[in-house]
Ligand binder design. Sequence first.
Ligand code: NAD
Length: 432
Amino acid sequence: MAIAERIENKTARIAVVGLGYVGLPLAARMAGVGLRTLGIDIQKARVDRVNNGISDIADVPTADLAPLVASGTLSAHSDFSVVADADAVVICVPTPLSKTRDPDNSYIVNALESVGPHVRKGQLFVLESTTYPGFTREVMAPMLEKSGLRAGVDFHVAFSPERIDPGNERYGVKNTTKIVGGLTPACSAAVKALYGAFIDHVKAVSSPDAAEMVKLLENTFRAVNIGLVNEIALMSDKLGLNVFEVIEAAATKPFGFMPFYPGPGLGGHCIPIDPLYLSWKLKAMNYQARFIELADAINTSMPAHVVGRVQDALNDHGRALKGAKVLVLGVAYKRDIDDYRESPAITILDLLHKKGATADYYDPYVPSFREDGHTRTGIASLDGLADYDAAVIVTDHKVIDYGDIVARAKVVVDTRNATKNVTDHRDKIRML
Ligand SMILES: NC(=O)c1ccc[n+]([C@@H]2O[C@H](COP(=O)([O-])OP(=O)(O)OC[C@H]3O[C@@H](n4cnc5c(N)ncnc54)[C@H](O)[C@@H]3O)[C@@H](O)[C@H]2O)c1
């Protein structure tokens, strides 16, 4: 029976490789519509947690996961042999940068090596991990062909970018259009059938390469616009203007303008990283991706600018940064989530330490975090806020009372406009 038919009549089994921020919500969604879903992860503890019905990903409440596991619709495995039972295999493993800021595809390559021995005729293989245009066709398909079967003939191959925005309550897996690009029209039909079973709209493009480029356009668009608005913030600072006031006013134009907001620098597993996958690919073709490189240079300079603002704020109070006690508010890379990957707060903490300040952090979502083999633990409460010489708002979590922060802190550097509704003690606030 063809894969589309097995998906339609819910007899298909789907393997999801990598049960992180992307893979677990996807697996839960598939299982939620009755597709037998086999999650695979190399982290034994994560596999055990899922099999106990416990979710460590905020977008998948344990209350939703537990019944799917209890009914046997969703199960987790460390052994890749379950791939042989699957009609479709979706890969959602990390794609970070190497130390030299080049694409690190080793997680995908390792996953494909583990999948390889279990490839069989008629299966569909989908890559969701962000990568550069050409990877699915040039690297993934040949790796799967080591099975002796031919991609696009004996089995289907496609790329489908993951577009979720963790913590977004309006748009999730179901109502965000899914882009798919198959190696052949039959591959596209198979991948459309898979996602059409649990996502409202699926849009096919002509190739995996085009689908890979869609994702990189989306995230480059964000990185470049944030770079632009960060530079507007640097210019506004020199002009003595409040950049947030300027953006809010510009955003009243109902056409031809889309507001982006400046901040302490880019964070997360996507926006700071993905555009560099594209520029790396083009470098090999002797083409310099100028917008990407400029945006990267501006965005990565923002943490140093924030530390400069802290230094200025302390200076206004006759205090040097060296020897000062500084509290960083928020280390998650954006508000109301617990993900601190690539967070600019980590760079800010490091820069403050290097300049001789004592820097602590407070984040109700991230009580501690690991970076370069070390664990850093935040302060447990804001009771001692008045003992700090300066507080710097790096992540504007909604649970924090910014009026109270401003009232009790000696001086506040606000990189997110979190204090915009605070009316008292405004003389203590320094904007980005
Ligand atoms: N997090 C996001 O918001 C987001 C959004 C869109 C796209 N993406 C992309 O999705 C991909 C996955 O990101 P994520 O945030 O889910 O990562 P993650 O680190 O949260 O999860 C990845 C999971 O893969 C597992 N893993 C690693 N190597 C493996 C292997 N060889 N076999 C099986 N499992 C393995 C890890 O143990 C982990 O549980 C990345 O390419 C990322 O760029 C992420």
